[in-house]
Design a protein around this ligand. Structure first.
Ligand SMILES: Nc1ncnc2c1ncn2[C@@H]1O[C@H](COP(=O)(O)OP(=O)(O)OP(=O)(O)O)[C@@H](O)[C@H]1O
Ligand SMILES: O=C(O)c1ccc[n+]([C@@H]2O[C@H](COP(=O)([O-])O)[C@@H](O)[C@H]2O)c1
Length: 232
């Protein structure tokens, strides 16, 4: 491990970012979807699919965060495992892509760094960022939130406990330059936390985590190849 400018990174991150070509795209409009995905579930899949249909983007890019800024308990060494679970979730849906691009970036995985990097790496692409209303409510606490809002428009999905209109109004007071659209989606009151608790107790998750994803979950973080079976 090395430390530079207050940021921790591993040698393998650096080697990787210097040697591996970026994944190619022919997309002109892309919706970025950042998350911890521990594990990914039908809520994530549904919001991405509906956002794809309703925004007219060419692709939705799932960006698992190696080190999510507000989740100190998430270990970097679960990253490849979470990437592999996202790939399993998106199986057979080429317009929804697993893009572990944040592996190439400093830790913690601040969204402003990700957005700046994506705009630089994919200069011809128009980006938007997808999040749930709970994440939107916390947006004012994100690193460089005002600058981030001037860089990218957001697309928000409803989430239990965070009524959209009130949440947007409150966030706009803190971030007057916020650009945000809302997707139509039924409330799906499912979270990774609740599912993890059930999995830890050996309880049925009733297809809220698809079987393919569960196969990876049960392999554990040490049972998955370090690149998560993916290409970014
Ligand atoms: N059921 C859902 N409905 C709407 N948005 C969701 C839902 N689940 C997750 N999201 C959104 O997806 C993004 C990534 O979420 P994340 O990977 O943290 O899953 P989570 O279910 O919120 O996890 P946890 O319970 O561990 O906080 C966040 O913007 C979050 O708001
Ligand atoms: O940039 C930040 O300060 C920041 C703070 C909290 C969350 N985020 C991003 O929001 C996305 C969802 O985060 P989470 O913790 O709900 O999985 C993920 O891409 C995080 O990197 C970003």
């Amino acid at each position: 491990m090395n430390r530079e400018n207050g940021v921790w990174y591993t040698e393998s991150d650096l080697n990787r970012s210097q040697t591996k070509p970026l994944p190619a795209t022919s997309a002109k409009k892309v919706l970025l979807f950042g998350g911890t995905f521990d594990p990914p579930h039908v809520g994530h899949l549904t919001m991405a699919q509906l956002a794809y249909e309703q925004t007219g983007v060419d692709e939705v890019w799932f960006l698992p965060a190696p080190s999510p800024p507000h989740k100190a308990d998430i270990a970097d060494d679960t990253f490849a495992w979470r990437v592999a679970m996202v790939s399993a979730l998106l199986h057979d849906r080429p317009h929804l892509r697993t893009m572990p691009l944040e592996a190439r970036l400093p830790r913690p995985s601040y969204t402003i760094d990700t957005v700046k990097a994506c705009k630089k790496w994919y200069a011809g692409v128009d980006f938007m960022f997808l999040l749930g209303a709970d994440s939107l409510a916390h947006l004012p606490t994100w690193s460089g939130a005002t600058a981030l809002c001037s860089l990218i428009p957001f697309v928000v999905a409803a989430r239990e406990g965070y009524p959209i209109a009130q949440t947007m109004a409150k966030v706009r007071k803190a971030l007057p330059n916020l650009q945000v659209g809302v997707i139509e989606m039924p409330l799906l009151d499912v979270s990774s936390t609740w599912l993890r608790e059930r999995l830890d107790r050996g309880q049925d998750t009733c297809e809220l985590v698809p079987e393919r994803v569960l196969d990876v979950w049960w392999q554990g973080p040490n049972g998955v190849a370090k690149d998560g079976g993916d290409q970014a």
